[in-house]
Write a protein that binds this ligand. Structure first.
Ligand code: SAM
Ligand code: SF4
Length: 322
């Protein structure tokens, strides 16, 4: 079971493709810590009774800005044997305190890196950030090896027409930083349509990506780095570049993946909180958790969500497979 929890809408960077860009005027809510504690107990009970592996992944905004993130993560790991991960812009990764916590209680960390220094710093609104990020990841990777900590380091790249030509060289560079795995998203356009239309991948970009991937993957594999992105995932990207919708009638909602937002709504993915979101307060037992797939399926039958007619959820298209 994978649970992705958006714990804050706050961010300290200004990516022009993102809904949480700090320069945007919008709500900036944090999740209620008590609510997180309560639901973690339910997840712990679920883990104990089913024996199933659970990975709880913090998302934002910038999740490492959520004050109790490490306190809660330690408890999840120690008390409930729940694995913890986060996706971060890496702006706090250079801090020794942050590195120590990550090494002690995270089993995965995904770091966003969209290009080499000039591109990444420009697109993230983070002058001088790239070198700081590189040093922080390298230090973390070395400490992980020295401590034999079970921490998977993953880089995630947002692909757009502007950085596709540097993607292969970027992956080689990221392998040198100490990442174990590299994933990519195509630029999505729901939140920032103006940026999207000027920077989205085009048909020829999707073809280029599919063409370079096999050899790049082999080269990286020889260096011990896994480049993710299944054939199904590439077909999803290609369909988007052709403006072809890919409808998903049954993604087995709630069976092995849950999304929770900062307001405490649990839904089958981050795109359906408004349509199918249920208050987490109502899920106060293992039975409550086990009833979610049925509740989501019923809600979908009653009133399908328009977004499912062109599903943008990366996990549905096997982003992490090869
Ligand atoms: C919303 S961010 C939150 C985590 C953290 N602040 C970060 O930047 O990694 C989660 C992931 O989504 C990516 N992302 C943000 N906006 C995107 C978009 N419009 N299309 C594709 N990926 C996007 C980010 O680069 C990051 O890897
Ligand atoms: S750092 Fe992450 S959350 Fe912040 S604006 Fe950029 S992509 Fe969005």
């Amino acid at each position: 079971m994978i649970v992705v929890w958006r714990v804050t809408e706050r961010c300290n960077r200004s990516c022009p493709f993102c809904a949480y860009d700090r320069t945007l005027s919008r709500s900036r809510q944090d999740v209620d810590e008590q609510m997180v504690e309560r639901f973690c107990r339910v997840l712990g009970e679920y883990r104990r009774t089913t024996g199933e592996r659970i990975l709880l992944s913090w998302l934002g905004g910038e999740p490492l800005l959520w004050r109790p993130v490490f306190e809660v993560s330690h408890r999840l790991r120690q008390t409930f044997q729940i694995e913890v991960s986060a996706t971060t812009n890496g702006t706090t990764l250079h801090l020794g305190r942050v590195q120590r916590h990550i090494l002690e209680c995270f089993s995965e960390l995904t770091v966003s890196v969209d290009g080499f220094a000039e591109f990444h710093e420009h697109v993230r609104g983070w002058p001088g950030g790239w070198h700081q990020l590189r040093e922080a990841v390298q230090t973390l990777a070395q400490a992980r090896t020295a401590m034999a900590a079970q921490l998977k380091l993953r880089a995630n790249v947002v692909l757009m027409r502007d950085n596709l030509t540097m993607f292969a060289d970027l992956c080689e560079a990221l392998a040198g930083w100490g990442f174990d795995e590299i994933t990519f998203n195509q630029l999505g356009g729901r939140d920032r349509p103006a940026f999207f239309s000027a920077h989205r991948l085009r048909r020829q970009d999707s073809q280029t990506l599919s063409a370079i991937l096999p050899r790049l993957r082999s080269r990286l594999a020889r260096r011990g780095v896994r480049l993710c992105g299944s054939g199904q995932y590439l077909r999803r990207i290609d369909a988007s570049t052709h403006d072809i919708s890919l409808a998903v009638n049954d993604c087995a909602p709630g069976e092995s993946f849950l999304f929770v937002d900062e307001r405490g709504r649990v839904s089958p993915c981050s795109f359906t909180s408004e349509n199918f979101g249920l208050p987490l307060k109502a899920v106060c037992s293992v039975d409550g958790l086990l009833s979610l797939p049925g509740s989501f399926a019923t809600a979908r039958e009653r009133k399908p969500a328009p977004v499912c007619n062109d599903c943008p959820s990366t996990h549905v298209f096997a982003k992490f497979a090869v």
